[in-house]
Every structure is written in structure tokens, then in C-alpha cells.
Ligand binder design. Sequence first.
Ligand SMILES: [Zn+2]
Length: 366
Amino acid sequence: MIFDCHLDLAMNAVHWNRDLTKPLDQIRLRESGMVDKLDRGNGVVCFEEMSKGNIRFCIATQIAHSVSQNSPLPGWNSPEIAWAQTQAQLAWYRAMENRGSLKQITQAADLEFLLNHDQASCPIGFVLSLEGADSLLDLSFLGQAYQDGLRIVGPAHYGPGRYAAGTGETAGFTEIGFDLLKEMTALKMILDVTHLTDKGFDQALEQFGGPLIASHHNCRKLVDHQRQLTDQQIRQLLDRGAIIGVALDAWMLIPNWKRGETTPDETGVSLHNVADQIEHVCQIAGNANHSVIGSDLDGGFGHEQTPKEVTTICKLNLLDAILEKRGFPEIDRKKIMHANAIEFFRRHLPHQSSVKTGPGSTDSSN
Ligand SMILES: [Zn+2]
């Protein structure tokens, strides 16, 4: 069983116009001839392939960032348009719940329910996360999102952000970004540090006392880039009980990848490189209690930029044999594939009596 801690499912549906209820070959066929995005026809994710790979749980995102007039980055031209995108994505998740493909996990009991359910007939459980907070017009929107079941926020994405600067930048949190951290603390939400700058990372760890996750985040020691975690940052996350998800975007796995030019075949990038990342985190930790999968598959790239074996998401399960060959005992492999994530959410999702109703809620029980 696999718990994948980062999938942009709704972005693929709403923005890429992919019907994930269809088999992968149909999704690819429908994109033949399309050239609007580099990964057209190369998607590796759909519900059928997730089931084949026994990926029964995931963190699924809402993602839409806003950009200013002169930004070279792709994005929506106002926070309001970005908010509308996230709401379309939420509507898609609801439609997928309605047809029995997905089931949202908003509290610990939902997780137990799915774990105790017959696997074959079971929808895929998802914890909702917001990747990049630009779309929250003000903090009251966080309260609304929380009521819609949002449990994780990663304040930053690529480039400058309204709440925190992201990948490629050097600044940290903005003033409203610090307010966001306070509101997340009040709501007992989980903070995703992925895409924060080094400065933002330090500020987040200082200002936010709640649970931390690095959902799709590799090691700077292995591929030197600011998007990756330093050994020191990994240690800080371990001290805070965080889980760290290995990402399968090829440029984060091997050095000198050039998007649109380098290919998996010519470089040989493989799940062994993914195992290297996992091993590095486990070596720093001295155990396998913090490593998880955060594949990010179809997160704006397809199999033109994944480990060569990963022609569909179901191939994630090949990792198990690779880790076994490296000496990881079965109990540790289970932790990495799913058990660490399940334990994390058991601990940090609300328990029934403590589900808050939003900012200003008087319910302060635990
Ligand atoms: Zn990302």
C-alpha cells in the first residue's frame, strides 16, 4: 500500500482538462497533437493506475498562484481569479467523491474508516492541501477553506508570493504571511515547507509551532538547488517530527537536467535515484520514521521527466524491491511507503471532538 503525499489531481483535471476517471491510454490519446504544454500526452496518473499500484491514500492539492503584470512565470492575473480556480478544483474533488472515486479525509476518524474498509471497493482517500496561498484573498478565506476540509497549507510556490516568497527567490514571509501562520496555528493546521526559501524556512520554523511536512522535497546534498533541503534543514524537520516526501521530478533527482532537452533514457535516471534520496534522509535520521513518498507525478511534467521505469504511477511500487535490496527491513519499507504518513495524520488531523468551525470558533477542546 502506498500513501502519496503530493499529487496535483485537480490541477490535472481542471487546468490540464484530463479526465482521471478514464484509462491512461485514453487520456494520452485525447492529447495527441496538443502542444500547449510540454507534458501533453505523457501523463502517468489516473485513478485506474493508482488502484493498480495500490495507492490508496494521497495528499491532493488545490493549486493556483497569482502573478503580477510583468511576471515571466505562468499564473493567474489576480488573486480573485486564482481563488476561483481553487474553487473549481474543489468542485471537481466533490464530483469525484460523488462518483465514489475519492473520499476526503478531514479528521482522524475518516482515515481509520478507510483503513478498515474493504480495499477493492474503497475510494482513494485524500487529505486536501493548498500549494501556494496566493488565492486566499484574506484570512477569512482560510477559515472558509478549513470548513471545506483544507488541512495543509504550503504558503509558497514558484516566484514571489503574496504570503511567502517561493522557489527561485530569496525573500521570506510577507506581513500577511506571518498572520497566515498565526491563523493556521489557531486552526491547528499543518504547514508544508516545500517551496519556501531558506529565509522563509527559518521564519516558518521559528514562528509556527504546529505540525510540519515537507510534502515533495529532495536533498540538496544530492542535487544542489535552493528548491531542495539542506542536511541542516532536514535535521530541523526531524527534530519537529515532520515527514519528508521524496519527489519524482527528474531534475530534483539528478544534476544538470535541462527541461525539454534531457531525457530519462539518455541519463538513466531511475527509481534508484529516488532510493538514494530516501536513504539520505534515513541516514540523517538514524531511522526510517520520517521518509515518505511525495511523488508530485503529473505535477506539470509527465514521463518525459520521471525516473525511466515510471511510465505510470503504479510503478511506484517497484521502490519496495529496490529498498529491500539496500537492506531496508520490511517494517521500514512499510513505514516509507505508507505507515509514516498514516501515523502523522493520525496524530495531527483533528479528532472528532476538536473539529473547529473556523476562525473565531469558541471550541477550544482537544
Ligand atoms: Zn510543488
